[in-house]
Design a protein around this ligand. Sequence first.
Ligand SMILES: [Zn+2]
Length: 341
Amino acid sequence: MNYENRPLCLSKPTIRRELPPGMPDARMRLIRVLSKVWVNETELHYFFVDGPEAQRQAVRDAFAEWKALPLGLKFTETTDRAASEIRIAFDPNDGSWSYVGRDLLGIPATETTMNFGWDLTDDYGHSTALHEIGHTLGLPHEHQNPFSGIEWDEDAVYRFFTGSPNFWTRSQTEHNVLRKISTQEVDGSAWDPDSVMEYWFPAGLIREPAQYAGGLNPPGGLSAPDKEWAKKFYPELTAELRELKVFESQLLELAAGQQADFVLKPEASQNYTISTFGQSDMVMVLFEDDGGSLRYLGGDDDSGTGLNAQLNLRLLAGRRYVVRLRLYWAGGIGKSSVMYW
Ligand SMILES: [Zn+2]
């Protein structure tokens, strides 16, 4: 596909978490990569701030295409702005962009988290919608993959992006194209020039690899590695969830990025503590089953600290709750556990 003269996504800066000095690189990398990823089976609610019906439908279709991989995440349209994690606008003067993964949770409900600056109803627009949703799922730009081996003709890159149709500043060009993402912030996968997260580039911008000196034109749509990444972090869960019973600890032997899911059916209405045990770094999220839809109740993320993920909440007898635990780093002995009381 030839995207010549079509503008490109201008991503928002990602929120970089401060981690204590002296932390080993491997642990730091796992935290930086996995802290962008949502807990699997999260229901993400999207709200349209404005926009004509045809554009909204193109975004719904792109969510449906990601969902059909299949993914464990759920995407639900809502008309309640306050209840949305994803807020989508169609300002033609603001380009196309999205915040990345769980960074969205830090964006106030008064602000949008994703914008589309051009028509989404043609092939290029469809790839744009898939691309921005890719950011929302936690994917960075593929041409900034530190393992790409791309060597730029920097003057040509600045000339191209500061001119039509992007009109970026030099610092925006540096941030979105020339800057390589730190090896501490990527999962180490090989460069995928066919990714939906890869820009197209005209001839003369890439010096190496030489095969792209004449330009890089990704085919559009989701590549095989894009699908593999999404299914690895968001696998569709079909098995019945195990029950976590009061005062019975469950051993967790998870690899980095893996998740454990349990159902809780408290027999008394009272305050409960749910806690992990062990050295590991973990994010824990609790949902209440609200007629088949899981409503977020609370979450805790102990990554990078010496603490354990812990929630203290009032749970009601007769209700059903689901707790999900995603492991970042397994700690010295590689095992941890979870219990509630
Ligand atoms: Zn982008």
